[in-house]
Design a protein around this ligand. Structure first.
Ligand code: ARG
Length: 572
């Protein structure tokens, strides 16, 4: 795209003048304010500062020998040394033409693909997914899509919680009180009930505690009956999770749960002890942290009963992943409450494997709140089940679709409602800055106006309907005819050129909201264009040219929504 071409020219020019400058910092970005230009670089100011040079002088020297006239109007130097670039209309037109011929869609695949593991969703067996898992699932999937589109090699791994002390309680409940009929109807609800019931007896009844410990030890030692029940719990849970994943069109390359690392845990603990990183303390194996970390409590690697915990499993998981996939990066997508866990995990890992070059990122997110601003729960205080949530989204969308299109056959209305309902849930999860909590609000997310999935889908269907009507009239887009004359045509075209930048920004910071906002702006610019420039009522080459703009906007909208994991529909 233009910014990449300008950037590489600028880098060559900087190299000419300052051969030792770090060119990786010489970047061309979109101009935040279009008044000043389309693209901008502030790199020279930092470079000048490092060298104690006058930034403006340096900028003048760079610009004097910088030829970007194929793509830009004369470069402007602003303020203390910003370079502002304004794209020439002909250059913009050329990029649109090549996109229209199918050479690209305003983004480029990376020249430096990386192996990236994304650990996301990761619900716990025998429990319904809670809203934290919902957000991890939707966010993680969108991140994976953006990385893959840019050409990175992504491995996805669903690190399900299928091991741990909860199975002691679950086994008691299963053996004493399982209701097979309930289990068949709603396995997660039945297992949840068993768990809660045993849990309630726990405080008052020491006998239960001993029994739970015994059941757990039996399981860990391979007792056939307990193993069989445990496997059934996993299978049933995975089937239920699978239903949700298939509704959301989400797939994983691997589902390696915590239990997969069982046999490694003692070895991890021994290794940490041998290296002097862990110590025995009150019968447990623990890692103490340096004062500078501010963490006063040690991390427990093995409890005094010999059981390992979450951190130990995650250490073993890390080692396995490094060995198996040689990742350049591992990304963990979970809610904000796990920040300390991951900080400590990464810290221990760095001391354990000081030469490993893998970068480790915890991509955390805030809570979903109910309409009253407290954590999102059902009226009876239960966790929201994702399946029920999606049902309700589809029902509500159906009501809207039916109101707008009472004449569409029911089958079609149901299909549109499915697309719209799921889109609304996903989009409302992806749009807010991921680190802030957001309020779940049905009316807002299903509104036809404002920054919503419904609005974007609606914009898309409008474009598709223009294309259909044009075809009926025997008209079509023609690349040769493309001409950007009116301001709203040029504004739309320039925004199309920025599609790649928004995907790159999303992938670099793991923030889908960048792409959401890009698409929202695109839909807005399209509306303005459509209001100001007749398309179907235009004639000859004007019509063919504007149909090119419609078509490209439609393709970018569709691709952008696809990155967010959102399907489109031809009608609404
Ligand atoms: N199962 C965990 C939970 O529900 C999330 C796991 C995240 N991934 C990880 N490698 N720790 O809280």
């Amino acid at each position: 795209m233009l910014e990449k071409l300008i950037q590489s020219r600028l880098q060559s020019r900087v190299r000419e003048i300052l051969p030792e400058a770090n060119l990786a910092t010489v970047l061309v970005r979109p101009c935040p304010d279009l008044k000043f230009g389309d693209y901008q670089s502030n790199a020279l100011m930092a470079i000048a500062k490092e060298r104690k040079q006058n930034p403006r002088k340096l900028a003048e020297e760079v610009v004097a020998g910088l030829d970007v006239s194929e793509w830009c109007e004369p470069v402007e130097i602003a303020g203390p040394g910003f370079l502002n670039f304004r794209a020439k209309t002909e250059a913009v037109t050329e990029v649109l033409k090549s996109a229209s011929r199918g050479d690209h869609l305003f983004f480029e695949r990376t020249k430096a693909p990386r192996n990236i593991i994304v650990d996301f969703s990761s619900p716990n067996v025998a429990k319904p997914m809670h809203v934290g898992h919902i957000r991890s699932t939707i966010l993680g999937d969108a991140l994976v899509r953006s990385l893959r589109l840019l050409g990175h090699h992504v491995v996805t791994d669903n690190h399900i919680g299928d091991w741990g002390t909860q199975f002691g309680k679950l086994l008691i409940g299963w053996k004493q009180d399982l209701n097979r009929t309930n289990l068949e109807q709603n396995p997660l609800a039945e297992m949840g009930r068993l768990y809660k019931q045993v849990n309630a007896r726990f405080e008052a009844d020491d006998g239960i505690k001993t029994l739970a410990r015994q059941e757990l030890v039996n399981l860990q030692q391979g007792d056939p009956e307990n193993l069989k029940i445990w496997r059934e719990m996993i299978d049933l849970s995975l089937q239920e999770f699978g239903k949700v994943y298939s509704r959301l069109a989400i797939q994983f390359d691997h589902v390696l749960g915590e239990s997969f690392y069982n046999s490694q845990l003692k070895g991890v603990a021994k290794n940490l002890l041998d290296l002097g990183l862990a110590q025995e303390s009150e019968g447990a194996t623990v890692v103490f942290f340096e004062k500078s970390t501010g963490w006063s409590d040690p991390a427990i690697i093995l409890k005094s009963d010999g059981g390992a915990n979450y951190t130990t499993t995650d250490l073993a998981t890390l080692e396995y992943r490094l060995k198996t996939w040689q990742p350049a990066e591992i990304v963990y997508v979970t809610d904000a409450r796990q920040q300390l866990h991951f900080q400590q995990l990464f810290h221990i890992f760095r001391r354990w494997h000081p030469v490993a070059e893998v970068s480790l990122s915890h991509v955390w997110f805030g809570m979903i709140l109910g309409p009253d601003g407290t954590p999102f729960k059902t009226r009876t205080g239960e966790n929201i089940e994702l399946n029920a949530l999606l049902d309700e989204a589809e029902e509500r969308a159906l009501a809207t679709v039916t109101e707008k299109n009472p004449d569409l056959p029911e089958k079609e209305r149901l299909e549109i409602a499915r697309v719209v309902g799921i889109a609304a849930v996903k989009y409302s999860d992806l749009l807010p800055n991921r680190q802030s909590d957001y309020r779940f609000d049905w009316d807002k997310m299903l509104a036809l106006t404002g920054n919503t999935a419904v609005y974007l889908l609606y914009a898309y269907t409008r474009i598709r309907s223009v294309a259909r009507k044009a075809a009926e009239a025997g008209a079509g887009a023609s690349v040769e005819a493309l001409q950007l004359t009116l301001p709203s045509e040029l504004a739309l075209a320039k925004h199309l050129l920025r599609f790649g930048l928004s995907i790159e920004a999303m992938a670099a910071e793991y923030r889908p909201n960048y792409l959401c906002n890009y698409l929202f702006e695109l839909a807005g610019l399209f509306s303005q264009f459509y209001e100001n420039c007749p398309v179907l009522k235009a004639e000859g080459s004007d019509r063919s040219s504007r149909l090119v703009l419609c078509e490209l906007t439609g393709r970018v909208l569709k691709k952008g929504l696809e990155i967010l994991g959102i399907e489109t529909t031809e009608r609404m």
